[in-house]
Design a protein around this ligand. Structure first.
Ligand SMILES: C[S@@+](CC[C@H](N)C(=O)[O-])C[C@H]1O[C@@H](n2cnc3c(N)ncnc32)[C@H](O)[C@@H]1O
Length: 298
């Protein structure tokens, strides 16, 4: 088992691509109208729990779309990421109040039509999931988390949500698709090895990787939820911008490392794939498949 650690730089690099992908999914999910119908009254604040919040990309995207007064509890096991929040909220231009690095200090994030107060908590979701205040939440959300978790953990999540009839919004869950243009003969092999590597235990049980959305959907439906899903794919066009080229190269490197770890015998051909792909990055296009899932208690 290896603990999952993510650098703040990586989370920052992916954030604009995540935001674009989520915008497309939100329309298909009718996200804003479905969430608005769920919220009991305009005078009551939304109470939201963000699982594995990293440096706050999920809140920065969702808070303006929820609108109104909001109370967020954001949790992650990585204290370094939680400490980045004040700086990252300031960079988002949402008039953050409070630049407190101490995690006990609440933060605020306000903008046109929304006002979010934020409590940060360092928590290992493997051991601490059931300690969260489920009964005092309207919505539980996470972005880019599901591929890390195992079946048992998913069932614990569903049990906790169902007992308190909490809605779920799980965004940017990889579905295993990597579509490269132009193609390379090694794309499929690298994609397969990367997918196998993704299923290693990262601290939340043997990981479901790209199978997590289907598993969660089944468990939620069995618990009586109405479940909606929509594609939230990344479109990474190397010809479009330096940011896209840079993300493409980061993804190539990450896939190559994982694929080589998964199959030592394939390491030389994976290294050659990496060289070819990096050289092509300014004209290549990569689509990375993701799914967003919204579940409403019925
Ligand atoms: C891919 S990052 C996503 C972060 C953030 N939601 C975003 O979209 O930018 C996955 C996050 O899961 C957190 N994480 C992984 N294992 C965890 C655990 N056992 N308990 C709590 N957080 C965990 C990591 O620290 C990281 O912040």
């Amino acid at each position: 088992m290896s603990t999952a650690t993510f650098s703040a730089d990586w989370l920052q690099q992916r954030e604009p691509f995540d935001a674009a992908a989520r915008g497309a999914a939100a329309e298909h999910l009718q996200l804003q109208s479905r969430l608005a119908a769920l919220h009991p009254s305009e005078t009551t604040p939304w109470r939201v729990i963000d699982l594995a919040c990293g440096t706050g990309a999920n809140l920065r995207w969702l808070a303006p779309r929820l609108g109104g007064a909001q109370q967020w509890l954001v949790v992650d096991h990585d204290a370094a990421l939680l400490h980045c929040w004040p700086e990252r909220l300031a960079a988002a231009g949402g008039a953050p109040v409070g630049s407190h690095s101490a995690l006990e200090q609440p933060l605020c994030f306000t903008g046109p039509g929304f006002d979010a107060s934020i409590a940060r908590q360092q928590l290992d979701l493997m051991t601490g999931l059931e300690t969260l205040p489920w009964h005092a939440a309207d919505l539980v959300t996470a972005s880019a988390l599901l591929d890390l978790v195992g079946t048992e953990w998913l069932h614990r999540l569903v049990a906790a949500c169902a007992a308190s009839r909490v809605a779920l919004l799980m965004s940017l869950n990889v579905d295993g698709r990597h579509v490269w243009t132009p193609e390379d003969p090694m794309d499929a092999t690298v994609g397969r090895l990367f997918g196998e590597h993704q299923r290693r235990d990262k601290g939340l049980g043997p990981a479901l990787g790209s199978g997590a959305v289907a598993a969660l959907q089944g468990a939620l439906e069995s618990a009586g939820y109405r479940v909606f899903s929509a594609a939230s794919d990344w479109w990474v066009d190397g010809a479009e911008s330096p940011q896209a080229r840079s993300l493409q190269r980061t993804l190539i490197d990450g896939m190559a490392v994982a694929a080589s770890e998964q199959s030592r015998a394939s390491a030389p051909s994976v290294r050659a794939w990496r060289r070819r792909r990096r050289a092509m990055a300014s004209e290549a296009h990569l689509r990375v498949g993701h799914l967003d899932l919204l579940a409403l208690p019925s």
